[in-house]
Design a protein around this ligand. Structure first.
Ligand code: CDP
Length: 219
């Protein structure tokens, strides 16, 4: 696969990236891939290693002994751990709280990146560093942002937490994820705070079409 067959949609927690990535993937008729689910799966595995706080080396060793499969489906992704569907467990706030620590480990990032680069394109992928570290030559790159309160309002129905707790958790995770969350210099940046999903999708699709045409013209 050439990375040019990838559309990368990055951004902080609840910025709308997975919702937008899913619709854009559907419009393009390609699968949608959630890179965050692999970090979440690594976090779940970490809990079962030693005292639940393994070093990066211990965790990567443990991951090598487990069968972690990411199934990229257009309507949502499924993660299987040793043949068991663990997807629902991965979006609980306990995992939200621990995932940034695990994701900050370079060895874990390398484990995730290798898996993502093995997925056959074309696809739309969402994450934090898809357009920078993992697929720097993606055909189109997007970085979505939104105010923390707006993001918390979007997320509150998906978590078993009160609004104020969700705002605090989002701000805390932004800080912990800052290192791996910078937009690519050639990404379309969209503040989604005051936009509907349809508005964001329209802008992203226009950007993707522009990039496809520019690539065709150049080849
Ligand atoms: O939707 P939300 O952003 O809450 O979650 P996610 O995309 O599943 O990402 C969960 C966590 O994984 C993030 O808070 C990051 O710590 C980490 N992550 C990352 O470091 N790099 C990525 N490309 C994707 C996720």
């Amino acid at each position: 696969m050439t990375a040019r067959q990838v559309v990368a949609i990055d951004g902080p927690a609840a910025s709308g990236k997975s919702t937008v990535a899913k619709v854009v993937a559907e419009r393009l008729g390609v699968p949608f891939v959630s890179s965050g689910l692999l970090y979440r799966a690594a976090t779940l595995v970490a809990r079962s290693v030693g005292d639940g706080q393994p070093s990066a080396q211990e965790l990567v060793e443990a991951l090598k002994g487990r069968d972690v499969q990411l199934q990229a489906r257009q309507d949502g992704n499924v993660i299987q751990l040793d043949g068991r569907d663990i997807t629902e467990q991965l979006t609980q706030h306990g995992i939200d709280e621990q995932v940034s620590r695990v994701a900050s480990m370079p060895d874990v990032r390398a484990w995730v990146d290798a898996r993502l680069r093995d997925i056959e394109g074309p696809f739309v992928i969402d994450g934090r560093d898809m357009g920078t570290a993992v697929f720097p030559d993606a055909v189109a790159k997007v970085f979505l942002t939104a105010d923390p309160e707006v993001r918390a309002r979007r997320r509150v129905g998906e978590r078993d937490q009160a609004f104020d707790e969700v705002v605090k958790a989002i701000i805390a995770r932004d800080a912990k994820d800052a290192k791996q969350s910078a937009p690519a210099s050639d990404a379309l940046k969209v503040d989604t705070s005051r936009l509907s999903i349809d508005d964001v999708v329209t802008r992203v699709m226009a950007h993707v079409q522009d990039k496809f045409h520019a690539k065709q013209a150049a080849s």
